[in-house]
Each structure stands twice: as C-alpha cells, then as structure tokens.
Design a protein around this ligand. Structure first.
Ligand code: PMV
Length: 363
C-alpha cells in the first residue's frame, strides 16, 4: 500500500487536535526486528481499555521549513528529555507526512497510568501522536467533495503505519480488540507494515477478557526495547524462535474460534517465558523478572490447579505481571489477587484493565 502524502488542498495556518490511544498487551510477542521497524515475526495483542495516553497537538505555521520545531509537555510539565525520541520519530515519518516542517507543534500529553509504573507508554504515546498527525493530514487533504474524503480504513492503516515507525508495538494500538501485526500465511491482509483487526471468528470466551496488571517493579526499564530487539541479531535461538511465533499463531487461530482456554493459556504463558528466555540467552544477557514475578507466577499456577480457573499470566520486557482471565471469573480472581498477590506488588499497587476497542478522537 502506498502511504505517500498526495497533496495539500487546504491552507491551514493553525489548529488543534486531541486523540486518546490505549496501550496493548501482546499474546504472541514481537521481539526482534529488521530495518525500519519491520518485525521478524507476526504478533497479536489485546488492545487495552483504561491504560491510555491522551495527546493534544497544537500546530501553527512557521517561516523556516528546514527544521522540526516542537515542544513537549507531560502532565503540564515541559519534558525536554522526550525530545530526541520525538525528533527521531518525525525524521522517520517525514517522507510520508512532508508538512511536518511547515509547522511549530506544541505536544501536550498525559497518561492514565503513573509514569513511574514500569508500564511502557511508548505504544499508547506513539499511537496517539501518529493519530494526531493523521488528523492534520486529513484536514490538509480533504475538501467537502466526497471524492477527496479519506476512508476510515486508509486513515487507520496509515496511522498504524506511522505509529510503527515510532515504536513497533504502537501499531497495534489504533483499533481493537484483537490486533495482528506481521505477515502470517494464514491471516489474510496481515502485514509487516501495519496492524490489522484480527479478521476471523473469535469465541465469546474472549469477549471482555480481563487484564489486571500487577506492578512488581515500577523502576525504569533495565533494557530499552531498541537494545533488546537488536540482541536478536546473531542470537543463537533466533531462527527457531521466529518459526515458533508463526506456529503459535497458526494454533491460536483455531483456539480463538473454539474458545479452548487451556490451549490459549499454554500459548500465552509459553510466549511470555520465551520472550524472557530470549533475553536470558542473548549476549549481553538479562534477567528482567524479579523474585516477586516468580512468586506471582507460582501462586497463579497453584490457584489454577486448586480451582480449575482459566487465569493465566503474560509479561512485557520487565518485571510486572499481566494477569489475564475471562470476565465471568472477575469476582473470584479479584479476591485471589487481593488476598494472595498484592503482597508481591510495590506498595500493593495494581491496575485493573480489560480488552478495549482502540483510540478515540477527543477534538
Ligand atoms: O514496541 P517496542 O519496540 O517497545 O517493543 C515491545 C516488545 C514487547 O512489548 C516486549 C512485546 C510486544 O509484542 O509488545
């Protein structure tokens, strides 16, 4: 698909746009990339509902068109340390949105989850910003004639495409509730360039799936994902791992249809542990789990054995644990979490979330 900017029909001197975009949690993990944020393997995620970034982009025309010009605020406080990441993002997307240098931007952003929660804000943050940029493109290129109208599908695809260039997993945050990113031979329309809504039948068991995020370690990430992905180059197990992700996706297609939760649990937990196994077996090697991460995993396994619950866990590139379970177990699992798992969380802190349906334009 061609994501080049066509032409600016309208002359706009200034404007403001606001998007709210969620985080997502991968069931099959993206870990390892080629040039330009092209993933080494397909991944699939649940879009979250409550963990979100809201970003307002104010833009005004400027004289000098040789440089990017912007300032960024987090919760009202100027954040110059975010600038290099945004500058890199703008450089990567400039070819597709060539009007960026014509404007000065004020970026105001805030997250529903605490900045120091150890929850990565890159997926929600980069997708919110990409959506704001797309709204400007739409405003510049659309007239009242229906011929010029940008289709919703093109808007979402290009937003996902741009978000990917900011942070790979961000391309899975535009829509919901299950998003596939990365080409897979059995998933029609799947692409390395952007995320798509999972196109096949999904059993009711997965509707309103719950995700309670246990905050084990709220510290800064020990390994940035850029460094982490690069460690998959020349990794001794990389080739086999990428094949395994394809195999897991094939299996998951059938599981999502039949609602076989035991088989679902097996894939999701295996993916989480494989992600960490890749980090433990790279050079340099890392252990991102903390003792309390393992305490939680063991307590979840014991609870599952005891109660036949369909609870399971997954992990990001960090120590926090995402506890996944069907909606009909909500009361019982919350009781278990409050009685047995909060003791392993920093300041007994957790975030209750559930599967969501993607980003929303606020203004
Ligand atoms: O989007 P990035 O480059 O921060 O990569 C995130 C990778 C994982 O969160 C560990 C897995 C995934 O698929 O989201």
């Amino acid at each position: 698909m061609d994501f080049n900017f066509k032409s600016a029909i309208n002359h706009i001197n200034e404007g403001v746009v606001t998007w709210s975009s969620p985080s997502n949690i991968a069931l099959i993990k993206y870990w390892g990339k080629k040039e330009s944020q092209i993933p080494e393997n397909p991944s699939i995620s649940f879009t979250l509902n409550d963990c979100k970034t809201t970003t307002t982009l104010k833009y005004s025309k400027k004289e000098d068109v040789n440089h990017f010009s912007f300032e960024i605020y987090l919760d009202g406080e100027q954040k110059d340390d975010f600038k290099p990441k945004i500058e890199t993002f703008f450089k990567r997307i400039e070819h597709y949105v060539p009007f960026l240098k014509e404007y000065h931007f004020t970026i105001e952003t805030s997250n529903t989850f605490p900045h120091s929660s150890g929850i990565a804000s890159s997926a929600s943050g980069m997708s919110a910003l990409a959506l704001c940029v797309m709204s400007i493109e739409k405003a510049l290129s659309e007239t009242s004639s229906s011929e010029d109208e940008m289709s919703q599908s093109y808007f979402n695809k290009k937003a996902s495409f741009l978000a990917r260039l900011g942070s790979g997993s961000a391309c899975r945050s535009i829509e919901g509730d299950l998003i596939v990113w990365g080409e897979h031979k059995e998933i029609k329309g799947s692409s390395d360039a952007y995320g798509i809504v999972y196109p096949y039948e999904v059993h009711d068991h997965f509707k309103n799936y719950q995700d309670t995020i246990l905050l084990v370690d709220k510290g800064e990430k020990q390994v940035s994902s850029t460094v982490g992905h690069n460690l998959m180059h020349n990794h001794p197990f990389a080739k086999r791992r990428f094949e395994q992700a394809h195999e897991h996706m094939s299996k998951l297609i059938a599981i999502l249809k039949t609602g076989d939760l035991d088989a679902f649990i097996e894939i999701v937990e295996s993916e989480a542990l494989t992600l960490h196994a890749m980090m433990m077996t790279s050079l340099p090697y890392f252990i991102l789990m903390k003792p309390n991460t393992l305490e939680i995993i063991n307590a979840i396994w014991a609870y599952r054995n005891r109660t036949k619950s369909k609870i399971c866990f997954t992990l990001d590139a960090g120590a926090n644990v995402h506890v996944l379970y069907p909606e009909n177990e909500k009361d019982a699992v919350m009781e278990f979490i409050n009685n047995e798992l909060v003791v392993y969380c920093q300041n007994r802190h957790y975030i209750s979330d559930q599967i969501g349906f993607g980003a929303n334009q606020i203004q």
